[in-house]
Design a protein. Structure first.
Length: 263
């Protein structure tokens, strides 16, 4: 959403995932909240953090050369990662619930309940985002701003408010994603960068700025990484993901569906 509407590539994307995951961890550890019940807290907290960062700095870069957004958001990455290291140290942490070890055996395929719940909730979030973007007045304003900023301004759309809301919403959903993966992945302050790389690969596969394509891009990349980890080695899956990214950029730069932005 951030790239499609504002043209901003957010290199601190994975750090918002990290913050959402740690928020869930501390709510679970200190207050006993079930990880899936912390989703509204992560969404709201990261929404307001994104709102603050957008109003403070990112709005100033709209229309600037892309290198400016790269430098700024990479700076966010460094600040957030080092603050997390200072506050939480580099220790690895996990969220272990009563159902963490429970699995569903479906015709010989073992499916952890926590991952099934994560997948189902992720689909609900994607569907909700799709309906919001394509079925509401605010969603129409967001799409109009993404398609033609000047025309949207002439039609009365307050584009800087749209930018702020869009980035805040994208950040909130990213924090929600962090809460969802907290029951599956080990948590540590530097965990954000791999998720930034994965997110970039997914967006390119689905098409830069094309939101529905993100779902299919994520599924393609997820299956691809799972197969390479299972039948080859875990260490080579990231390298092969980059190779897949390179192929898509060379052969089909507008994404699998040919509807992404190409510059």
């Amino acid at each position: 959403m951030a790239f499609g509407v504002m043209g901003v590539v957010n290199l601190s994307h994975g750090d918002f995932v990290m913050l959402g995951a740690f928020l869930t961890y501390w709510l679970f550890t200190l207050a006993g909240f079930d990880p899936f019940l912390t989703l509204p807290f992560s969404l709201i907290a990261l929404f307001f953090l994104g709102f603050f960062l957008q109003r403070l700095a990112i709005n100033r870069l709209v229309g600037a050369p892309p290198i400016m957004s790269y430098l700024l958001t990479f700076g966010f990455h460094l600040v957030l990662t080092n603050l997390a290291l200072r506050v939480w140290t580099a220790d690895y942490r996990t969220v272990k619930t009563s159902y963490s070890g429970l699995n569903l055996n479906l015709l010989g395929v073992v499916l952890p309940y926590s991952r099934l719940a994560t997948f189902a909730l992720a689909m609900v979030v994607i569907l909700g985002l799709y309906l919001f973007i394509y079925r509401t007045e605010m969603g129409r304003a967001i799409r109009a701003t993404a398609q033609d900023r000047e025309m949207a301004r002439l039609m009365g759309v307050k584009i800087f408010r749209i930018y702020t809301f869009t980035f805040a919403l994208a950040t909130g959903i990213t924090g929600l994603a962090g809460s969802l993966i907290s029951t599956t992945f080990v948590l540590y302050p530097q965990m954000g960068l791999p998720f930034t790389i994965t997110a970039f690969c997914v967006v390119v596969l689905g098409g830069m700025g094309y939101i529905p394509g993100t779902l299919w891009g994520g599924m393609v990349l997820g299956v691809f990484e799972s197969l390479t980890t299972t039948y080859l080695t875990a260490g080579i899956s990231l390298a092969l993901s980059f190779f897949l990214l390179l192929l898509i950029l060379v052969i089909r730069p507008a994404g699998l569906f040919g509807k992404g932005i190409v510059e």
